[in-house]
Design a protein. Structure first.
Length: 327
């Protein structure tokens, strides 16, 4: 393309030169001929002047065309991709940023603004060729295989397959979390039904034994406390594995003897001596549907002799059963 434009430019210059020579010869020949009179001379002079003006206009038009071709050639040069051979450790963002700042002279802020909306290839192999193109407002990167062992298209298909696999794993995790939530809700309903029946039985007994009203009042208070409590089972990981009690499904209600009345407290306190271990290093809460930092917070003393589980969202823990694995 560049050679064709150079040839066109040379042809235009040659044509203009021939026109000027022809005009000069024509004017010289006209001056050498004898006139028929003053009127004829004036007419010839007017014709020559008109011809000169016409040639000048043609010359100006040719010059304008040459300038336009030069501008178009400069624009095409700007659109020719700047190739970058990918080396080990390179990524598309790094290559594009270097091109915009080093080659195009853009500032750090301008380059980052352009790259924010640019499409960048996720995985580059050593040997790929990256063709960088930018007009100062947008960036495009053309990827070719070069000396790499695989094509960009193949790498994109591999990445797409990997992303789909990750989505499947994520969907499975979400499904398992939903199942755990449903099991937890079912357990809570069973517990509430059991307590409700106990309360109904208590109320009947209280009606039959008015002289024992104070006693039943204490029992009712205890049940009310149970209705507002969180039940927990705390043990070391090793003892849990030995007993086979590692999740909610492997445990019954009788295993959750410890509880905290959420109306009065919002923290579960643990001590290393209670588990016959020298220090508490880590706590894990089951079910995993509870989010640390959002639903609860764990604090372990610097010497590891004690730890606390702060219950941030009390409503989420009311009538809930949780396992605290100590290690």
């Amino acid at each position: 393309m560049k050679g064709a434009r150079a040839t066109m430019k040379n042809s235009l210059v040659l044509s203009l030169s021939l026109l000027l020579i022809f005009g000069f010869v024509f004017l010289t020949s006209c001056k050498g001929k004898p006139g028929a009179g003053e009127a004829a001379k004036e007419g010839a002079k007017t014709t020559e002047q008109a011809r000169i003006e016409e040639l000048q206009r043609e010359l100006n038009a040719k010059n304008d065309l040459i300038k336009q071709l030069q501008r178009e050639n400069a624009d095409l040069q700007n659109k020719v991709p700047t190739l970058w051979g990918v080396q080990e450790g390179d990524n598309h963002w790094k290559i594009a940023y270097s091109y915009l700042t080093d080659k195009k002279g853009l500032s750090d802020e301008e380059a980052k603004k352009i790259l924010k909306n640019a499409y960048l290839f996720d995985t580059l192999l050593t040997g790929f060729q990256v063709g960088n193109v930018s007009d100062g407002t947008e960036y495009s990167g053309l990827i070719s295989q070069g000396d790499a062992v695989a094509s960009p298209g193949k790498m994109k298909r591999v990445e797409d397959t990997k992303k789909e696999a990750e989505k499947v794993v994520l969907r499975n995790d979400v499904t398992l979390a939903e199942v755990d939530t449903m099991k937890l809700e079912a357990d809570m309903k069973d517990k509430m039904m059991m307590i409700k029946k106990e309360m109904e039985a208590l109320q009947k007994t209280n009606a039959w034994n008015e002289e024992s009203a104070e006693k039943y009042k204490d029992i009712a208070t205890d049940f009310e406390s149970k209705l507002n409590s969180v039940y927990y089972y705390a043990a070391t990981k090793d003892s849990m594995k030995a007993s086979g009690k590692t999740d909610l499904g492997s445990m019954g209600y009788s295993d959750f003897q410890n509880r905290v009345d959420l109306r009065e407290e919002d923290v579960i306190g643990l001590r290393a001596g209670d588990f016959n271990i020298p220090a508490i290093k880590k706590l894990e809460i089951v079910p995993k549907t509870l989010n640390e930092g959002l639903d609860y917070r764990i604090e372990i003393a610097a010497d590891g002799q004690s730890a606390s589980v702060y219950l941030l969202k009390k409503d989420k823990f009311r009538l809930a059963r949780i396992i605290i694995a100590v290690s």
